[in-house]
Design a protein around this ligand. Sequence first.
Ligand SMILES: C[S@@+](CC[C@H](N)C(=O)[O-])C[C@H]1O[C@@H](n2cnc3c(N)ncnc32)[C@H](O)[C@@H]1O
Length: 265
Amino acid sequence: MAAASGNGIDVHQAPVVGPALGCGMDIAVTQSATEETDAADAAADIPEYLRQVYWWAYIHPRGVRLFDRRWVTNLILWGNFVRLRDAAVAALGLPIAGRTLQVACVYGDFTQALLRAMAPGAWLDVVDVVPAQLGNLAQKLPADAAATLRRRDAADLGFASGSFDQVVLFFLLHEQPASVRARSVAEAWRVLRPGGRLVVMDYHCPAWWHPLRHLLAPVLRRLEPFALDLWGRELAAWLPPDTAPTHCAARGFFGGLYQLLVVTR
Ligand SMILES: C[S@@+](CC[C@H](N)C(=O)[O-])C[C@H]1O[C@@H](n2cnc3c(N)ncnc32)[C@H](O)[C@@H]1O
């Protein structure tokens, strides 16, 4: 069944490739895009906030090529990419065992770092709602990676409840409008097994003395209009209201501009 087409990016639903066959995708992504690709068509079935606000960063093929560079990712995070990546990976518990869900692709080598930290026999599922992102990640992973890439919406994951030992959201929430963010966190929590661990890394309100505090706010307001929501509430406040975690810890980075939240179900 065609999920999206006519944009130079051919996306078909296909059976999930099982662990025995190595790195699998339950979509087949063929990058036959030309420079004249109609980015509007590429946006079919993609949530409106992504199409309206982030088309240039995640949907347009040129955006994917431009932004998926280590120095760009690192610049956006003020030189903190490796530190934040490693902290999020370590928070999953090393080595990472069992089944892990990464909700949304990330530019740079976040998925590769997860794979490097995984115990033998562990498995990683990566979901993203933008086919171009899944295609981009697929071509960065070795063919025998212990991972499956699936096209899913974070707000409606479609996995059975309690399917995962760990779920990680790395800089996803700040890109989402509040209602979608709340649904994404609720879904991440739902698919986590009792005793499993949710790890979230994202923006947070910097300390009053932070030199970037006043500089960054207008930039975020313009380029990432939902991000400043995270300055007003702790990450833990986005957990579903009926959540009763067995453990919950938050740690700030870079003067509080970033926060790591680790919650055990
Ligand atoms: C996780 S964020 C990471 C941002 C970060 N600055 C980076 O380096 O990539 C970006 C990804 O989230 C994905 N995304 C946004 N909203 C989503 C949703 N509702 N469901 C699944 N993926 C989503 C985008 O398609 C994009 O690939």
